[in-house]
Design a protein around this ligand. Structure first.
Ligand code: SF4
Length: 135
């Protein structure tokens, strides 16, 4: 069975900034089809839960904790031999292709979260919860 790295919040782990999860049935349906490796880059980077909400604005969100979390998530991915990851859309860490614009006005712009940027640079295939069928 292939291994798949998945944002822990999508699986139901309450690791989001607000102390809640974002359980997603489309992602939970992958359990059993893949060997799931859960990950929360922001927790891995040492950020507390709950934590202050953040949005990416260029390099502004790229504090040491976000960078450390991205690197730890990549290490986990590679150690487990995962070639693909399903990560939470729009997050400053896990968002793929679209993220909030950094003004906290719910406006989306093209871009990747810090972890996704690093994953893509290392050839990991990344998709969000709404396009798991692309796996
Ligand atoms: Fe979910 Fe990723 Fe945010 Fe962790 S960093 S709560 S896995 S979106």
């Amino acid at each position: 069975m292939d291994k798949l790295l998945v944002s822990a919040c999508l699986l139901g782990t309450p690791c989001r900034y607000d102390g809640k999860s974002k359980a997603d049935a489309r992602v939970q349906a992958l359990v059993g089809k893949y060997e799931i490796v859960p990950v929360c880059p922001e927790q891995l980077g040492g950020l507390p839960t709950p934590r202050v909400p953040s949005e990416r604005r260029g390099e502004r969100v790229v504090t040491e904790a976000y960078r450390r979390g991205a690197e730890a998530a990549l290490a986990l991915c590679q150690q487990n031999g995962c070639e693909a990851a399903v990560l939470k859309e729009k997050s400053p860490s896990c968002g793929c292709g679209q993220i909030y614009d950094g003004t906290f006005s719910r406006r989306l712009i093209a871009g990747d979260g810090v972890t996704v940027e690093l994953f893509k640079a290392h050839g990991i295939v990344v998709c969000g919860e709404s396009d798991v069928e692309k796996l």
